[in-house]
Design a protein around this ligand. Structure first.
Ligand code: FPP
Length: 260
């Protein structure tokens, strides 16, 4: 990833991640602390999401992935699951025109099989109508799980009858839901938790991880800038030592730095 000049209001030294991925956590706690139902927290989370999308566009970050519903989230109470499904449809209906006008291209990562038809249609509409967006690719991880993604990739490769020697990292990349999308440079998790929770397990190999105590509904431009400023200070070595490969001679093959 190369250096680039800072956008106005951007992180201090202007080194921006190309791909930010966010685990939007803390909606329930945000709601509980206000005596509100959990869904009110998720609804407030949609406003934080809108702010974040706008900030990414303005800063010139070309890829944003959001963990909106995991394969494990089906274990939540039925009314919360239903509420999240309707909320996604509502957000798409309400925001799609604006997102398309803003140059946002929506990609879905995850599986639609178990998702209610009305939500499948809404996601399909969002993906289709936004296909021409060229400012920000918004990857909506919805009914997504990293382990399931790897299992399905392996299944697809086996089905293709490829010999073991043909299997390398690039081939696995091509069989993931995220094919064509660079690996995340920065993964942000809100609400102080420090887990990946099955999010982009393969793709996160070299991601910088940033955890903030801010609950997702309170996440704003300032909170994003704080994450970006922390990222800008990180020393990303991709398995090498300071000074790169020439610093001391190399005895073993270099690890692939992955995509991005
Ligand atoms: C985690 O917070 C959040 C989710 C499982 C859902 C994230 C959804 C949004 C931010 C709304 C936008 C998404 C859609 C569907 C458009 P939590 O409920 O686990 O919070 P807690 O840990 O405080 O209980």
């Amino acid at each position: 990833m190369g250096e680039r000049s800072a956008a106005p209001g951007g992180p201090p030294d202007g080194r921006l991640p190309r791909h930010v991925a966010i685990i939007m956590d803390g909606n329930g706690r945000w709601a509980r602390s206000r005596g509100l139902p959990r869904l009110a927290g998720h609804r407030a989370g949609t406003t934080a999401l809108k702010r974040t999308i706008e900030a990414c566009i303005e800063l010139g970050i070309p890829y944003l992935t959001i963990y909106a519903f995991s394969t494990e989230n089906w274990k939540r109470p039925a009314h919360e699951v239903r509420g999240l499904m309707f909320l996604l449809e509502e957000v798409i209906d309400r925001q799609l025109d604006e997102l398309v006008e803003g140059g946002v291209r929506i990609r879905h990562v995850g599986w639609l099989e178990q998702v209610p038809n009305h939500v499948q249609r809404a996601i399909g509409r969002a993906v289709e109508r936004s296909a021409g967006g060229d400012r920000l690719t918004l990857c909506l991880a919805f009914n997504y799980g990293g382990r399931a993604e790897i299992v399905r990739a392996v299944q697809a490769i086996v089905r293709e009858g490829l010999p073991p020697e043909a299997i390398d990292e690039a081939l696995i990349d091509q069989h993931l839901q995220t094919r064509g999308i660079p690996d995340p440079d920065l993964i942000i998790r809100t609400s102080g938790e420090m887990r990946l929770s099955n999010f982009l397990l393969w793709q996160a190999a070299y991601a910088e991880i940033y955890s903030t105590p801010t609950l997702w509904p309170d996440f704003d431009r300032e909170a994003l800038l704080a994450a970006l400023a922390s990222y800008a200070k990180r020393d990303r070595r991709f398995g090498e030592v300071d000074g790169g490969p020439s610093a001391g001679g190399r005895l073993t093959p270099a690890a692939s730095p992955g995509r991005g």
